[in-house]
Design a protein around this ligand. Structure first.
Ligand SMILES: [Zn+2]
Length: 73
């Protein structure tokens, strides 16, 4: 018996029936699960690979350089 880390559903799995690294969808929430450990039986949800593109920061930093006028006279 294993537990889906995503939805918490108990999945009727036997340690003898699965191999480490095996993947299968959760019958309850359909998330892809990977067997990460056999004893004790442990599952890990395989999330969709989210490519986090670092959003380019807006390039409108117009820094106005203030010229200091030194009137040393
Ligand atoms: Zn689930």
């Amino acid at each position: 018996m294993a537990k889906c880390p995503e939805c918490g559903a108990l999945i009727d799995l036997e340690e003898d029936e699965v191999e480490e690294g095996e993947t299968f969808p959760c019958p309850e929430c359909a998330v892809d699960l990977e067997v990460v450990n056999i004893h004790p039986l442990e599952l890990d949800a395989i999330g969709e690979e989210e490519e986090e593109d670092e959003a380019a920061e807006g390039e409108d930093e117009d820094e106005l350089e203030e010229e200091e006028e030194d009137e040393a006279d």
